[in-house]
Design a protein around this ligand. Structure first.
Ligand SMILES: [Zn+2]
Length: 392
C-alpha cells in the first residue's frame, strides 16, 4: 500500500502553495505524501470521495478563546474543529502567566486540534470579562518573559486588549508594557481595539511592523475609517509599513458598514479570524466558515478567503510549516461544500445582508485522521448574549 488514505476528486484550494484544481491527495503516516491530478486506484488502505467538494488545508484561526472551564470566554476547540475545518487554533491571550501552565496541560496537550497561543500581558489573562489591565501590578513582565521562554513551541506572540472596558483609567501604560514585552521576547504583538479611550491614534504610536491589529473592522469609535469612509492616514501608513489587519469578528467587532467600505476601496483585511468564544459562537458570528462566507458574499474570491485563513495567519506568526498541503506537511485537511441558496447573515449590530453562497464543512482531518463529532459543552451560566443579538 502506498497510502493510508487518498482524498479523491476534490477541488483543491491552497493559494499559499499555488495549488488549485481537481486533484487527489495521498496521505501516509499522518502527513501529506503527494498531491497530483490522478493517483492510481488501489494503492491505498482507504479512500475519501471529495467529488463536488472544495478541499483546503485545515483552517488556521488566528483569534480564538479556548481555555474552557477556567476563563469567562473559553470554549473547547475539538467539538467545533470537527464541524468547521479549523485544525489550528490560536488562543488570543485567554491565558496570562498565572494560568498558562494549566493552559498547556489541559488544553494544548489534551486537544486533537493543534493549539498555539499569544500570552496575555496581564498575568490574570481573561479569567473575567473586563479590566484585566486596570491593576498594572498584573503586568509582570519578568514573569511573562519566563513563561514565554519556557513555552516557545506554542507561545507565538503577546496579546493585549486596549479599550475602555479593559484599561479603566490607566491609559496607554499597559500597551507600553506589552510593547516592551513583545520587543524583549522578539514576538509579534496582537492589539485588540474597540471603544476608546485610549484613542486609536494614540494606540497606533505603539504599533510596529509585524504586529497584528485585531477587530480591524470594528464599528465602534476606534474604527479605522474617517467619517467620510476614507482609511485614516495613520492607519494607512502603519499598514503600508507592515502592520497586519485581522478581523476577529466576535460579539462586538464586525461591522458590515466598515467591511463594505474597505472591500469597495480594494482594501481587504490581511487575515480573517473568528474570535470564537462563549458568546460569539451563539451568533451572529457562529464559526469561521460562516465568517468566511460573509466575505465571499461581499465579493472576495474563495482563494483569497482561504489564503486569509491558512497561509497568511501561518506567516503572521512565523509558522509556515502548518496550514498548507505541500508534501511533508501534517495532513490537516478540510472538505467543504460551497452551497448556493438564499441566506441571511448579520454583523454584530444585527445588520442583515442577503447572501447567495455558504461554505459548509463536511469532513475535517487532523494529522491524517478524521475528527469525529464530539458532544459540545453547555454554555456557561454567565454566557448570555447582549439583548439585541438574542434570537427573537
Ligand atoms: Zn478575542
Amino acid at each position: 500500500m502506498d497510502f493510508d488514505l487518498v482524498i479523491r476528486g476534490g477541488e483543491i484550494v491552497d493559494p499559499g502553495s499555488r495549488l488549485q484544481g481537481r486533484m487527489d491527495i495521498g496521505i501516509r503516516d499522518g502527513k501529506i505524501a503527494v498531491v497530483a491530478p490522478s493517483l492510481p486506484l488501489g494503492g491505498s488502505r482507504s479512500t475519501l470521495d471529495a467529488t463536488g467538494l472544495v478541499v483546503t488545508p485545515g483552517l488556521f484561526d488566528l483569534h480564538t478563546h479556548i481555555y474552557w472551564g477556567t476563563t469567562y470566554w473559553g470554549i473547547e476547540p475539538d467539538p467545533i474543529a470537527a464541524r468547521t475545518g479549523v485544525t489550528t487554533w490560536l488562543d488570543a491571550g485567554t491565558a496570562g502567566s498565572y494560568c498558562f501552565p494549566g493552559f498547556r496541560r489541559y488544553v494544548v496537550e489534551k486537544s486533537q486540534a493543534r493549539v498555539f497561543a499569544f500570552l496575555n500581558v496581564s498575568s490574570i489573562g481573561l479569567i473575567a470579562p473586563t479590566y484585566e489591565l486596570a491593576n498594572l501590578d498584573y503586568c509582570d513582565l519578568g514573569l511573562a518573559r519566563q513563561i514565554v521562554d519556557a513555552n516557545r513551541d506554542i507561545v507565538l506572540g503577546i496579546k493585549t486588549r486596549i479599550d475602555v472596558n479593559t484599561t479603566r483609567g490607566v491609559g496607554l501604560e499597559p500597551l507600553r508594557l506589552a510593547r516592551k514585552l513583545a520587543d524583549d521576547v522578539a514576538l509579534p504583538l496582537m492589539v485588540h481595539i474597540g471603544k476608546g479611550p485610549p484613542s486609536l491614534k494614540d494606540i497606533f504610536t505603539l504599533l510596529r511592523p509585524g504586529d497584528i491589529l485585531t477587530h480591524c473592522f470594528t464599528g465602534h469609535d476606534n474604527r479605522i475609517l474617517e467619517p467620510d469612509g476614507r482609511l485614516r492616514e495613520f492607519v494607512r501608513h502603519a499598514w503600508d509599513g507592515g502592520l497586519i489587519l485581522d478581523v476577529g469578528h466576535g460579539t462586538g467587532s464586525f461591522s458590515y458598514e466598515v467591511a463594505e467600505q474597505m472591500l469597495a476601496a480594494g482594501m481587504p483585511p490581511d487575515i480573517i479570524s473568528s474570535d470564537a468564544h462563549q458568546l460569539s459562537i451563539q451568533g451572529p458570528m457562529f464559526d469561521l466558515p460562516t465568517t468566511i462566507s460573509k466575505f465571499l458574499n461581499l465579493g472576495m474570491s474563495l482563494a483569497d478567503a482561504i489564503e486569509r485563513t491558512t497561509a497568511k495567519p501561518a506567516r503572521a506568526v512565523r509558522r509556515p510549516d502548518v496550514a498548507h498541503l505541500r508534501p511533508g506537511a501534517p495532513a490537516d485537511v478540510a472538505l467543504f461544500a460551497l452551497d448556493e441558496g438564499d441566506y441571511t447573515f448579520h454583523d454584530v449590530f444585527m445588520t442583515p445582508r442577503a447572501a447567495k453562497v455558504r461554505l459548509v464543512n463536511k469532513v475535517t482531518l487532523r494529522a491524517g485522521k478524521v475528527m469525529e463529532p464530539h458532544p459540545e459543552q453547555p454554555f456557561a451560566p454567565w454566557s448570555v448574549l447582549p439583548d439585541h443579538q438574542r434570537p427573537k
